[in-house]
Design a protein around this ligand. Structure first.
Ligand code: COA
Length: 302
């Protein structure tokens, strides 16, 4: 174990520091982006998030561990301080309940993988996400989609925007936690900018497809998260067009690279196809790791 100072805070308190470290450490080989953290922390009001441990060496933040759920760890550690992975995993395991625990890394985060292995985590056969990148100097034009208008949302439109998200993401009989109140909170969370939150609107004024882009000004990386299109309007090119429109706005605001992280396994192939059709190129994939035996009935047992 390294000599580190540890402070524990709620995710609401810690989010700006978590984002700052993610931004400082961002490369194409790193998992976390400040916008993804904002989305994960704020897409709902009832997400049951646990606390965050912040690890400092000589006063500098070099890692964090977030109990996103009691049984799910997110962690971010400066590769220059690989021992901090041990501290982060140890903190999480000390407070976790009995039963299988999980976390996710990018396959390229070798220091994190080694530390998790030392702590007893093992790679598990699970669905994965593939990070995709797009050089924004080569961004394609936005194609017109007859019958629809593309525009960014206004700050007052949290209710309509949340409904648009739910229409795309609530599976039949399912629910989405993206309420109007949650979206209002999201809109108040940096680095959210309403000029980078785009929708496709019908002639009647209904928002039916959307793409939210998060620009990290520190790196110039514009994360696309999430994209959706209401079932009755799919297959017309709306997801592609609204994503391109949002990425053009991000480039105008200073972004140089687009990033999107769709499922990479065969169970959900369409989103990846949508993004590759825009020019995104696949990069590293995520790995799920498990600590402890899967319980009986645990769908993750492989
Ligand atoms: C994925 C989703 C956003 C696609 O929306 P869409 O408006 O239908 O997508 P587009 O019409 O822009 O399609 C873009 C490309 O994907 C292809 N595509 C779209 N739906 C497809 C399907 N069901 N099967 C195969 N290909 C499909 C289109 O053919 C098109 O390719 P092309 O340009 O080479 O013709 C929509 O299905 C959705 O909201 N799903 C639920 C939420 C989700 O999974 N979001 C993405 C998470 S990263």
């Amino acid at each position: 174990m390294s000599t580190v100072g540890t402070a524990v805070a709620s995710v609401d308190e810690a989010l700006p520091q978590m984002q700052e470290l993610a931004s400082r450490l961002w490369t194409r080989s790193a998992r976390h982006h400040p916008g993804q953290l904002a989305w994960s922390a704020r897409y709902g009001l009832d997400l049951g998030h646990g606390p965050v441990a912040l690890f400092r060496v000589a006063g500098e933040l070099v890692g964090w561990a977030w109990a996103e759920a009691d049984d799910w760890l997110e962690l971010c550690v400066d590769p220059a301080h690989p021992d901090v992975v041990d501290d982060a995993a140890g903190w999480f395991l000390d407070r976790a309940p009995a039963g299988p625990l999980r976390t996710m890394t990018l396959e390229t985060e070798t220091g994190v993988l080694a530390g998790l292995s030392r702590a007893g985590f093992e790679v598990e056969d699970q669905p994965w996400f593939t990070h995709h990148h797009l050089d924004l100097t080569a961004l394609r034009d936005v194609p017109p989609v007859p019958g629809y208008t593309l525009r960014h949302v206004e700050p007052s439109e949290h209710e309509e925007r949340a409904a648009c998200h739910r229409a795309a993401w609530a599976a039949p009989g399912g629910t989405s936690r993206v309420s109007a109140a949650a979206y209002a909170g999201l809109m108040a969370t940096p680095p959210y900018r309403h000029e980078l939150d785009w929708v496709a609107v019908t002639a009647e004024g209904e928002m039916v497809a959307s793409c939210l882009v998060w620009l990290d000004p520190g790196t110039g990386v514009a994360l696309v998260e999430p994209v959706g299109c209401a079932p009755d309007h799919r297959g017309r090119g709306l997801a592609g067009a609204v994503s391109l429109a949002a990425l053009h706005a991000a480039r105008d605001a200073g972004a140089s690279l687009g990033l999107v992280c769709p499922r990479g396994d065969d169970d959900h192939p369409v989103p990846g196809r949508v993004y590759r059709a825009l020019g995104f190129e696949p990069g590293p994939r995520t790995l799920t790791l498990r600590f402890g035996s899967p319980t009986s009935g645990d769908l993750s047992a492989s």
